[in-house]
Design a protein. Structure first.
Length: 700
């Protein structure tokens, strides 16, 4: 690929900024600490998200995955959704290059829950289907990312269905000053992060970072060529401080903000590229500005005297701002968006009792929404002057039935209410107000049997989940898929889910293996259905509790230490799902495949790490079967899914790293070695063609 002059200027400019910050930050750490050990070599990983308390993976009755900061740096992931793509059973759909939404066990969008340090990022304006909000979490500024699969509504409430992901930020007492820079050829991208960490005393720690990213045109494979109109810019900043206060209390304060500027939804514009018969959009421009901020203050004591052993109190405030700027093919200009503020109060406790270790607490969140549109004086994409409230009480008990068998049981009661003043009825033109409330009680039961302690465990769980209608379900007046407009749907009821899962984990000296088999039943699923009407030349759809369904799947991952220097690793996943729906405006229910069902997929790789060497090399082959099992709405989404389905693919990636010194490493990758044209099912753009990536990491 011939790099443009603009791109080269971006690289040079960012490199200069990085060098300046390096010089300014050298005083922060002069102790010569070596780099973080390769996290893939960890045998036991401690996770919190699955039980709200630190737990070893081998002892959990759920499927969990963890990726540490260093492993993410080595893999050179572009966004947070991309960081999840190597977990078995995760398909990352990208409507546009700046938008990514993971599909986990058939669920995406608001049926997966995103947390930052245990605080909900999901809010009441989250859209159905794949959305862009997870891309507003800065993957470079995290200590680790944890995922637990299946419903975790007993611990985290509504939305926690396919998976719950917790992005854990840096610990100020452990954070190092670090510089990262990443340059990629096929993306015409340059990104970097300057991070500062210091302990001002034994009792006070501080960590701060700033991130910048810039993306240009996207080079596809040998046939698609350049995909224009996909680039965007992103800036982020975060600060975290920790104080060990008298009396054993710890105080953590955190604030962050991330902005994405002019993120195009390319497939709906004339800049789209036809591939295997996909249609090119007619919009002249369709861009999104995204801004997300989060601040919280957390008070924790881990060694109290009395009935309560651990207590944690959190007050949080988050804002999500979205602006869409759109010029249609007719020349009509539309501008709409919303400003949503979320206040949260959380209290969590842990106590030992004769019946086990109890974790319990209360969560409260309140959304306030202002929404606007240049063409709709009543509301924007969701209701204007709206509020949405949730209150949750939960209790979980962890008990040892024997030296090798542990039982985990939980229950949660949730109350949700909403009040909206400005909702437009598309048929009558009247302004409606919606006042509604729901409540739900869910439970879960899991068991883990350590057949061979620290080596082999089997587990099983039965978990209920639910998702209450949010403002996007009830009041959305906005574009859905191509040539569709979604209108408000008051009167919806919560969705209910039940998952049964069995699995096994092996941690041997020469091999590791994880297998999970699951089935999820879905009741009263809220789905988009056509009304038969048209609004401004687009087909009107609305939402209803259309029907029941089921998703089944198998997930496998493995690692074999062939020799002390060679590691063979891989994973595969299979999924099948059907749901009852109304594909036409006629009252005829049909059982169809779930939307954008993940095809059979997997990967296999070989990593070479010579003993006492400064370098490592890795080769990975990633493949996915073609997906022709399409729902009616998938078949109609021809701007993203080719007629007849998305073709399968197999691509090879090469990666490596070299330790220049104890404080400096360089990583390189050649992704898509054969320059193949391919697309993740349901995405709006193809993946990059042959892509050279170089990253530099410096610990100061």
């Amino acid at each position: 690929m011939q790099l443009t002059t603009t791109y080269l200027r971006k690289v040079a400019g960012t490199a200069g900024c990085i060098a300046n910050v390096l010089l300014l930050s050298c005083w922060a750490h002069a102790d010569g600490d070596s780099f973080i050990d390769d996290q893939r070599a960890l045998v036991e990983t401690v996770v919190v998200v699955a039980t709200r308390q630190p737990s070893e993976q081998l002892r959990l009755p759920y499927t969990t995955h963890v990726i540490q900061h260093q492993a993410a740096v080595e893999a050179q992931y572009r966004t947070l959704p991309q960081l999840l793509r190597d977990f078995p059973g995760v398909m990352v759909q990208e409507t546009a290059f700046g938008q990514g939404s993971p599909y986990v066990r058939g669920m995406t969008g608001f049926r997966n829950l995103m947390l930052i340090d245990g605080i909900r990022i999901n809010n009441s304006a989250f859209r159905d289907g794949p959305n862009q909000y997870w891309s507003t979490v800065d993957a470079l500024g995290l200590d680790r990312v944890e995922m637990v699969k299946g419903p975790t509504s007993t611990l985290y409430g509504s939305d926690a269905i396919g998976a719950t992901v917790n992005a854990v930020t840096l610990d100020p007492f452990l954070a190092r000053s670090e510089m990262l820079m990443r340059v990629a050829s096929a993306e015409e991208s340059v990104s970097g992060r300057a991070q500062f960490g210091t302990t001002l005393s034994d009792r006070f720690g501080l960590a701060a970072g700033i991130t910048g990213k810039s993306y240009g045109d996207l080079e596809g494979g040998s046939q698609v060529g350049t995909q224009r109109g996909v680039g965007y810019d992103e800036q982020g900043v975060d600060i975290k401080a920790a104080w060990l206060a008298p009396g054993g209390w710890r105080v953590d304060g955190f604030t962050s903000e991330l902005r994405q500027n002019n993120v195009p939804r390319t497939h709906s514009t004339i800049a789209g590229v036809s591939w295997h018969g996909t249609t090119v959009g007619s919009d002249l421009r369709r861009e999104l500005d995204q801004q997300r901020s989060l601040s919280y203050l957390k008070l924790t004591h881990s060694d109290l005297v009395g009935m309560v052993k651990v207590a944690e109190f959190t007050a949080s405030y988050a804002q999500t701002k979205e602006v869409e700027d759109r010029i249609r093919g007719s020349g009509r200009w539309d501008k709409q968006g919303f400003d949503l503020a979320t206040s949260g109060l959380l209290a969590q406790f842990r106590s030992d009792s004769p019946i086990g270790s109890l974790t319990y607490g209360i969560d409260y969140y309140h959304d306030s929404v202002d929404s606007y549109s240049s063409r709709n004086p009543v509301q924007g994409p969701v209701a204007d002057d709206a509020s949405y409230r949730t209150i949750d009480l939960y209790l979980q008990n962890r008990v040892s039935l024997s030296t090798s068998v542990e039982l985990l049981a939980g229950i949660r009661r949730t109350w949700i209410g909403t009040d909206t003043d400005s909702v437009l009825d598309p048929q009558t033109g009247e302004v409606l107000g919606i006042n509604d409330s729901w409540s739900s009680t869910v439970g879960s039961l899991g068991v883990n049997w350590a057949v061979q302690p620290d080596r082999l465990a089997v587990f099983a769980n039965l978990s209920q989940g639910f998702r209450a209608p949010n403002l996007s379900d009830l009041t959305r007046f906005d574009s859905a898929r191509s040539n569709e407009v979604e209108t408000p749907a008051p009167g919806l009821e919560p969705e209910h889910f039940l998952t049964a899962e069995v699995g096994m984990r092996l941690r041997g000296e020469q091999s590791r293996l994880e297998i999970s088999v699951f089935t999820t039943g879905m009741d009263d699923l809220i789905q988009r259905v056509p009304t038969g009407n048209q609004l401004d030349g687009e087909y009107e759809i609305t939402k209803t509790n259309a029907g029941d369904g089921r998703v089944d799947g198998v997930e496998i991952s493995w690692t074999v230490f062939v020799t002390p220097t060679f590691e063979l690793f891989g994973q595969m996943a299979w999924l099948d799902g059907t749901v009852g729906t109304f594909p036409t405006s006629e009252p005829i229910r049909v059982d169809e495949a779930i939307d954008r069902m993940m095809p059979l997929n997997g990967s296999i790789g070989l990593r070479w790490t010579p003993a006492e060497s400064r370098y490592w090399l890795e080769c990975q082959f990633v493949a996915a079967d073609g997906q022709s099992d399409l729902s009616t709405r998938d078949q109609e989404d021809t701007s993203r899914i080719p007629p007849g389905g998305t073709p399968g693919y197999g691509v090879m990636h090469l990666r490596g790293g070299y330790r220049i010194s104890e404080t400096l490493r360089v990583f390189g990758a050649l992704e898509n070695v054969t320059n193949r044209d391919y697309r993740v099912h349901g995405s709006g753009t193809n993946m990059p063609g042959r892509n050279f990536i170089v990253s530099l990491q410096a610990i100061l």
